[in-house]
Write a protein that binds this ligand. Structure first.
Ligand SMILES: Cc1cc2nc3c(=O)[nH]c(=O)nc-3n(C[C@H](O)[C@H](O)[C@H](O)COP(=O)(O)O)c2cc1C
Length: 427
């Protein structure tokens, strides 16, 4: 962390005193710390004690002409390698989630070109309030990172639960992680809502050999799967794309692995796990040829054409969706149907045990196979949405937004049920 610069935004919470210790520990590590304090924060600790530790003046006012000339709110936010909000009050979190900018702290945050690290600290009821949870969810979807809150005793008597500011070592660890990963992601701009997630995507057709020169294939171009891989990478995910033979360039920022058959696709998919999300967009052949010729099968005069005996290929979607160990958090299958699209897709969702099905009508008149646009239905248990006709890139971007929203909400639900359980256990 040496030579990094952190802009610490201190909110008006009882835990503000802990940021004095944090500043000391960061300075010991050679980190340059600048501090912005909200008006409320100054009720808890003084700018004087903070500036004694940072060796810098503390910034408190938005309308401070000297500051605007020398170092305005835009420069304050841009000069830093990372903005840390600690303690992040319910009020500051609400302002960030809604884009308010009515004081120096919120203006600096809104003007920032990088996602902040947020360390919430508040009363458990404030934290668990649906309004705060909505705001947290929104900020996560916007790419912000959270550290804490931790669960335990509150400063108020007889209050316990989630809401304690993360301890200083945990804050330092999160800063280290974020400034380290920032180096690799800076080139791509903001880390995005899938930052730190591993997304596996399959794409294209599979080729099932008949002999060394012939194969069975289908008309999948790979455009939709490749677009999803590209969109997930743009959203900050680490993406592994496993593709059958296609005539497409490898998407930027994606690890692309080329396979030919369904069996290879399954083996490689299993090797790439663990993953947070798996999107099975490939048009995998249902069957392969039972006895493939070692040599080119010859036409024989007067003899009938050879009969091809087919055997079932492994079901990649079902295999991964039904894993007991190492199942991705979100398993999404694609259904290519030519009739009764919704009905067949709903049945597929149940049969395969996946979480979502993206269903598209691939009958020849739609031109979906190989075309540039797609009209899809997103089917989850008990509900479905039909999207208008969109380019395959827009389908990919919309699906990735849905994925980010889903991961953010399951993360919060899990954290809350854990903290509520801890609270109940305590009683
Ligand atoms: C004694 C006291 C302690 C407080 N502690 C917290 C707290 O820990 N977390 C929080 O979100 N708000 C807390 N508040 C409320 C905030 O100070 C208040 O919402 C304020 O407007 C936050 O302003 P800021 O977000 O600009 O810092 C506390 C208020 C008082 C009077």
């Amino acid at each position: 962390m040496e030579d990094k610069s952190i802009l610490l935004i201190v909110g008006g919470g009882i835990a503000a005193y802990k940021c004095l210790e944090l500043i000391r520990r960061l300075r010991e590590r050679g980190v340059d710390v600048r501090v912005v304090m909200t008006k409320a924060a100054q009720q808890f600790i003084t700018p004087l004690s903070v500036s004694a530790l940072t060796n810098e003046r503390v910034f408190t006012e938005l309308f401070d002409l000297d500051d605007e000339r020398e170092i305005g709110h835009i420069r304050l936010s841009r000069d830093a390698d990372l903005i840390l909000v600690a303690p992040a009050t319910a009020d500051l979190i609400a302002k960030m989630a809604n884009g308010l900018a009515n004081d120096l702290a919120s203006s600096v945050l809104l003007a920032s070109d990088k996602p902040p690290l947020i360390a919430p600290a508040m009363n458990p009821q404030m934290w668990l309030n649906p309004a705060t949870q909505r705001n947290v969810h929104q900020l996560e979807a916007d790419g912000a990172r959270f550290v804490g809150p931790e669960t335990g005793e509150m400063a108020e008597r007889d209050e316990a639960g989630p809401g304690r500011l993360a301890e200083v070592p945990a804050l330092i660890h999160a800063i280290e992680e974020m400034t380290a990963s920032d180096r690799s992601t800076r080139a791509r701009g903001s880390p995005g809502p899938l930052f730190d997630r591993h997304v596996v995507v399959t794409s294209g057709p599979t080729h099932e050999p008949i002999d060394p020169v012939r194969y069975i294939a289908n008309r999948s171009s790979g455009k939709q799967g490749h677009a999803i891989a590209g969109a997930a990478a743009k959203a900050g995910a680490r993406v592994t794309l496993i593709t059958g033979p296609v005539n497409l360039p490898d998407p930027d920022g994606v690890k692309t692995i080329k396979v030919e058959t369904a069996r290879e696709m399954l083996a490689v998919t299993e090797q790439t796990l663990p993953a947070d999300v798996a999107v099975f967009c490939a048009a995998v052949a249902d069957w392969s040829v039972a006895e493939q010729g070692d040599q080119k099968i010859k036409k024989k005069k007067g003899k009938p054409p050879p009969a091809l005996k087919l055997v079932a290929n492994p079901d990649i979607l079902k295999t991964i969706a039904s894993r007991k160990k190492g199942r991705p958090e979100l398993v999404i299958g694609f259904a290519a149907e030519t009739e009764n699209v919704l009905q067949h897709a709903r049945m597929k969702l149940k049969r395969k045990g996946c979480d979502w099905i993206v269903a598209n009508d691939v009958s020849t008149e739609t031109g979906v196979m190989g075309g540039d646009s797609n009209s899809v239905h997103l089917i989850r248990t008990g509900r479905h949405e039909s999207w208008p006709e969109l380019s395959k890139e827009d389908v990919a971007a919309t699906l990735v937004e849905e994925i980010a929203r889903e991961l953010a909400s399951t993360k919060r639900t899990a954290a809350n049920s854990k903290s509520i359980r801890a609270k109940v256990d305590k009683r």
